[in-house]
Design a protein around this ligand. Sequence first.
Ligand SMILES: Cc1cc2nc3c(=O)[nH]c(=O)nc-3n(C[C@H](O)[C@H](O)[C@H](O)COP(=O)(O)OP(=O)(O)OC[C@H]3O[C@@H](n4cnc5c(N)ncnc54)[C@H](O)[C@@H]3O)c2cc1C
Length: 418
Amino acid sequence: MIDAGDVLIVGAGPTGLFTALALAQEGVRVTVIEAESDICDAPRAPVYFPVTMTAFEKMGVLEDLDNESVRVRTVGHRVPEYNFHTQLSFNVLQGVTYAYQLHAGQDVAARIACEHARRLGVQVLFNHKLVSFEQHQDNVITVVDGPEGKLSFQSKWLIGCDGARSTVRKALNVEYEGFTWPNRFVATNVYCDFRSLGIDDAGFICDPVHSAMICVIDKNGLWRLTYQEDGSLPEETFMDRLPEQFAAHIPVGVKYELAAAAPYTIHQRCASKMRVGRVMLAGDSGHCTNPMGGLGFTTGIWDGLVLADVLAAVMRGEEDESILDRYSEERRRVYLDISSPAASSNKRMIEQSDPEIRRADMARMKEIAENPDLTRLMMCFPFRTIGNVLRPNSRWRDISKSVRDAGIDIDYHKSQFL
Ligand SMILES: Cc1cc2nc3c(=O)[nH]c(=O)nc-3n(C[C@H](O)[C@H](O)[C@H](O)COP(=O)(O)OP(=O)(O)OC[C@H]3O[C@@H](n4cnc5c(N)ncnc54)[C@H](O)[C@@H]3O)c2cc1C
């Protein structure tokens, strides 16, 4: 039997690694197991909002992330058919919080979290896949398939950060309630001089057929172009259709070099509970959303940070275990009331076909872009993903203070852009 410490975390994605780091910073002994041989560097979430950066600064990882990211100061909306373009500027947040967001692949942040966590003694074991686990009165025994065969780990608590297809969630017999969208997203990393094409560093392209999200993701000219296609088309042939999709955004004759591409099925789904006994869920294992607006990644990170704070307090005897049920309820509420409706509203906006609704969307975007107070409200919307931090002494208690002190009512708006 291997001693995994106080907490065994399943999954070295961003949620697992930031949860591990936050726990280690509270003095908790943590082991992370990851089925793959390394951190996944496929094209996934690229955006870090001020709310995430504020937490990263408190955790001591922001400087490292900043060094490897691009600072993006505006978010654009384009409706090519109507020759419509607006930009929301982060300038309105000067003196309140960061007046920019950071862009980099989520593997960059995950790797930085991994390095910092290891320095604090967290064991991160790649090529170790959770097979099964059993809960007992005082511990959890987990069977792991590692390079030398099956191993048994003992920990006091288990956290499933093992993504949307979570083995942990399935083993708990917890439903993943919600629905799957009929269309598929294709996330690509591409070298292309989008700036010379007038494309914003972060922007939505609204179109009933060729909607997309385009943003810069590193300092060497790598960009993310994510588009949608009909989910009934065979997934294995998505690369055959990619040039035609790109042609809608990159004019003929403009050079580009594809670096990576990944198709993925998108869902709005939430676990019916995020705690069963000594086992908790966080990140995509607990909920997932379409990526329009970057709220899935952000909400997952905040699951982990809030959970680390309450679980460490339980271990110190400062809180009753019932706070873990409140964690489950609150994180489901944040997803169901805030993140999922906002991401769905963003998706609805970018693919809208009804001309009247499109005109109303454009009028609203123009109004927001021209009114600094509205722009501030919109830019601060992701602060809502913090939710209730559940403890008066929480490490995260004052994280949105500067925003609230500036009179920005972050609870006011129901969506990110409209
Ligand atoms: C193609 C793609 C594009 C995306 N684009 C965006 C975007 O633009 N914006 C956005 O906000 N979000 C996006 N997302 C979603 C975002 O990537 C997720 O919200 C985020 O990765 C969730 O992090 P996580 O750590 O909870 O889960 P994951 O990143 O999925 O990590 C789970 C980890 O657990 C490991 N694991 C699984 N099973 C086991 C097991 N049995 N034992 C051990 N390890 C296991 C996996 O190998 C993986 O490393 C995208 C997702 C995909 C797939």
